[in-house]
Design a protein around this ligand. Structure first.
Ligand code: AMP
Length: 170
């Protein structure tokens, strides 16, 4: 696949995005994030390579709230190819360090929602990098409710066995 660079024309970007859609999605509805990748919608771009794209979230929970997305238009993480997953995994720590340095935060959350009932609004895989400013009244970052349950031994053994068996079929 040809590379995109800062100097790539809008036409180049559209061609690449179109190829990507044909290659990966076969008819999946085009999301706002694909339009951002294609340069059809403006964004505050941070990084781009063959496989991933990073930009500022338009509705930030805190200063520096950044999104990292694959160019592959998978809707949810479980649908993503190993190739794109590896590219995202390589980029996340590097991008997180840059967000921390630029925002001045020392803590951050990485959030990744899958499915509307799990708070996913844009149906294209994305990782939120959200700096945390706990003492800030506004823009403190991600607030988390964590209604922890308990795990008894029998349930734990059954669940671990079920997931291990499912993993073996992957
Ligand atoms: P999620 O709830 O995980 O699907 O989050 C989607 C995120 O995409 C939200 O935080 C939005 O603020 C962000 N978003 C939606 N449209 C845009 C856009 N045009 N540019 C940047 N971020 C966007």
């Amino acid at each position: 696949m040809p590379r995109l660079s800062e100097g790539s024309s809008i036409a180049d970007r559209r061609t690449l995005a179109a190829r990507s859609v044909i290659r990966y999605s076969r008819g999946m509805a085009e999301t706002i994030f694909l339009k951002i990748i294609a340069g059809e919608i403006p964004c505050h771009k941070i990084y781009e390579d063959d496989q991933v794209f990073a930009f500022l979230d338009i509705g930030p929970l805190s200063s520096g709230h950044t999104l990292l997305i694959p160019k592959e238009p998978a809707e949810t993480l479980d649908q993503l190819s190993d190739e794109s997953a590896a590219a995202l995994g390589r980029m996340l720590p590097r991008l997180s360090r840059a967000v921390l340095k630029a925002s001045g935060a020392t803590a951050f959350n990485v959030l990744q929602n899958n499915g509307a009932s799990a708070h996913q609004a844009v149906m294209h895989v994305h990782f939120h990098i959200i700096p945390r400013f706990p003492d800030s009244a506004e823009g403190a970052g991600l607030g988390i409710e964590w209604p922890a349950g308990t795990l008894d031994n029998e349930t734990g053994q059954r669940l671990a066995a079920d997931i291990t068996a499912a993993l073996a079929e992957e």
